[in-house]
Ligand binder design. Structure first.
Ligand code: COA
Ligand code: AMP
Length: 641
């Protein structure tokens, strides 16, 4: 029997009592005035008045309570043939030392530090060091280009940047330092301090006066016995800013606070993921994404578990047995990844033959998130691994699952295609355009009744108005998730699509509007549209349609290649933007709105209706022809109804 309903109802009856009780698992410097202050912030604030330190709760307190010799972090890097572990005592020492390095370079409480690093332990150390000294980190994913990094520099205005000489992407070494230098040059906000980790694969050229060598600075601090103490911060102070794609324009700086974040994440480890302190938990994500923040770094360490930092891919490092090797070698109790990683494994090893080479007896549960988990992938994983496979749904904005199947409270029946039920903290509704709840089973926009639970964003960095406009303005009294779906008669939620221009490529959230802005900058492009089309492996892939300016008579293929390069250079390889086709016209409504939804439906060979407001239906035939020439829309049967 699952205790889910009992626990959810207890939360609903008295949210303050529920979170007040959960907060007892955290060490506070000063307690709060009220668990929830409805008058503070944009929709109220959790644990206002309290003081705490997140790094202390992740590290020091475990050492003080006897976990000093337990593994805190296992770095497993098939791309460098390295496995390195840090005990809680060792990680605390490294974090306190690097905290002192940052302080000695002049970084103060409340100032921002950008971390642009690959999946190396120093990335985790830098994040926790910021938390320790009360600085606000902003991790930027390595697959983003220099101009994306520059945008984040200009928005967060960091005092310092921590980076590395290179990342390793499968067999490819990606130099990071030239991207960092270019970003600093592009940004209006000038950063005077950077710390660079030199990796043996590529030696970065250092800029005198600005760049500091990580190893040298740490060695020096250690020789002087320098260690940073844990600086008290308000529970409502920001711990980090994480930028995420939003509707067109600049990325949104999601703010995470210290107190509520700790309380919610700690609660999830036992109750949602079913993990006990001392067990090994592995999130195969990247520290540049929210999953990496929450479930590689903060939650497992808050819980006194052992976390794994994996610098590799599900396939090719060296084969499709990589995940099973890591699970077996480190006796992992539960892992968390995106369905796309399992689709990649399934493609290479459909029979799951490599699984048999490993002892997976310690492995209990597989968690999937980041994109909709397709039933086929879930069933394959269930069958091959013989463990429960749990889909759960969340967003950068929330930092922990909105809906899931709480294994720790007793697993509920799985419904394929559904990430199950709302977690305590989330009063989930499915609304129509007027903001009225739709009947069970009917489609609508998924929205969360305010207030949002602890850990969810209190606002966007430096932009309360954009926060209100993006999330609170659509439905009075609700936060919109911008995900569309439905809730069935048993209260299970089904998350089907985005209501905005965000697409999900290999579990990475990207804005097609942002890609359109870049494509439109090409001198020969008059008009463009980017839509997300279905892809067997990555879930979705962006496809670009361009209309050339009148009078341009260069080779179309050449222009298309330039457009692809432009997006890779401006947004980064992570955009996976590799498909562009030149068309004569774009389909539009009579008022000039581009019919992207219809283009996507044609590309995916889905049933589609002729939009009543279309200006010229003939344009859709031209789009279908262009797609067919690229091997897409093969089954397009034209409009229905
Ligand atoms: N630094 C530099 N480049 C990076 C990068 C990084 N940290 N991460 C990805 N890239 C590059 C890749 O090398 C690839 O470049 P290419 O176009 O030259 O091949 C491009 O960005 C696209 O990356 P990705 O979409 O991740 O594709 P992939 O082919 O490298 O790997 C998967 C495909 C499915 C194996 C991989 O996406 C994966 O493991 N995904 C898991 C998803 C995940 O972690 N989601 C986070 C939320 S849980
Ligand atoms: P991100 O903020 O990068 O974590 O992306 C969040 C978005 O990914 C959500 O708004 C959804 O569109 C999608 N998403 C994440 N997890 C799931 C899931 N389990 N099922 C369906 N969609 C998901």
């Amino acid at each position: 029997m699952s205790r889910y309903h009992e626990v959810y109802n207890a939360w609903k009856a008295d949210p303050e009592a529920f979170w007040g009780e959960a907060a007892r698992d955290i060490d506070w410097i000063n307690l709060w005035d009220r668990v929830f202050d409805p008058y503070a912030g944009e929709y109220g604030r959790w644990f206002a008045g309290a003081e705490c330190n997140t790094a202390y709760n992740c590290l020091d307190r475990h050492v003080l309570r006897g976990r000093g010799a337990q593994k805190a972090l296992i770095y497993d890097s098939p791309v460098t043939q390295t496995v390195k572990t840090y005990t809680y005592a060792e990680l605390t020492h490294e974090v306190a030392t690097f905290g002192a390095v940052l302080q000695d370079l002049g970084v103060k409480k409340g100032e921002r530090v950008i971390i642009y690093m690959p999946m190396v332990p120093e990335a985790v150390i830098a994040m926790l060091a910021c938390a320790r000294i009360g600085a606000i980190h902003s991790v930027v994913f390595g697959g983003f280009a220099a101009s994306e990094l520059a945008t984040r520099i200009d928005d967060s205005k960091p005092t310092a940047i921590v980076s590395a000489s290179c990342g390793i992407e499968g067999a490819r070494v990606v130099p990071y330092k030239p991207l960092l230098d270019k970003a600093i040059e592009l940004a209006t906000h000038k950063v005077g301090i950077s710390v660079v980790l030199q990796r043996p694969q590529v030696e970065a050229a250092m800029t005198p006066g600005r760049d500091h060598d990580w190893a040298g600075a740490v060695k020096d601090a250690k020789s002087r016995g320098r260690k940073a103490g844990c600086v008290p911060v308000a529970a409502t102070d920001p711990l980090y800013i994480l930028y995420t794609s939003g509707t067109t324009g600049a990325p949104k700086g999601v703010v995470r606070d210290n107190g509520g974040h700790m309380v919610a994440l700690k609660w999830t480890m036992k109750n949602h993921y079913g993990i006990e302190p001392g067990e090994v938990f592995w999130a195969a994500s990247d520290v540049g994404w929210v999953v990496g923040h929450s479930y590689i770094v903060y939650a497992p360490l808050l819980h006194g578990a052992t976390t794994v930092l994996y610098e590799g891919k599900p396939v090719g490092t060296p084969d499709a047995g990589a995940f099973w090797r890591v699970i077996a070698e480190h006796r992992i109790a539960a892992m968390f990844t995106a369905p796309t990683a399992f689709r990649a494994i399934k493609k290479e090893d459909p029979e799951g033959k490599l699984i048999k080479d490993y002892d997976l007896r310690a492995f209990r549960t597989l968690f999937l998130a980041g994109e909709r988990a397709d039933p086929e992938t879930i069933k394959w994983a269930e069958q091959k691994l013989a463990v429960p496979v749990i889909d759960h749904w969340w967003q950068t904005e929330t930092g922990w699952p909105i809906a899931g199947n709480p294994v720790g409270l007793g697993q509920l029946p799985v419904k394929y295609g559904s990430p199950s039920v709302p977690m305590p903290g989330y009063d989930l509704a499915c609304l129509d355009e007027k903001g009225e709840p739709v009947p069970r089973g009917q489609p609508g926009t998924l929205a969360i009744k305010l207030p949002l639970p602890p850990s969810s964003l209190p606002t966007l960095w430096g932009n309360n108005e954009r926060f209100r406009k993006s999330y609170l303005a659509d439905f009075k009294g609700y936060y919109t998730t911008s995900d569309a779906g439905f809730i069935d008669e048993d209260g299970y939620v089904f998350v089907m699509a985005r209501t905005d221009d965000v697409i999900n490529v290999a579990g990475h959230r990207l804005s097609t509007g942002q890609m359109e802005e870049v494509v439109a900058r090409h001198k020969d492009v008059g008009e463009c549209a980017v839509v997300g089309v279905h892809d067997e492996l990555k879930g979705q892939l962006p496809a670009g349609f361009i209309v050339l300016n009148a009078g341009v008579n260069r080779d179309e293929k050449e222009i298309e290649a330039e457009v692809i390069k432009l997006v890779r250079d401006e947004i980064g390889p992570v955009a996976a933007f590799k498909q562009v086709m030149t068309v004569k016209r774009l389909p539009k409504t009579r008022s000039g709105k581009i019919l992207r939804g219809t283009m996507r439906a044609i590309a995916d060979s889905e049933a589609w209706k002729m939009p009543a407001t279309i200006d010229d239906p003939g344009v859709l035939d031209e789009i279908a022809e262009a797609l067919k020439a690229r091997g897409m829309a093969q089954d397009n049967k034209g409009p229905t109804g």
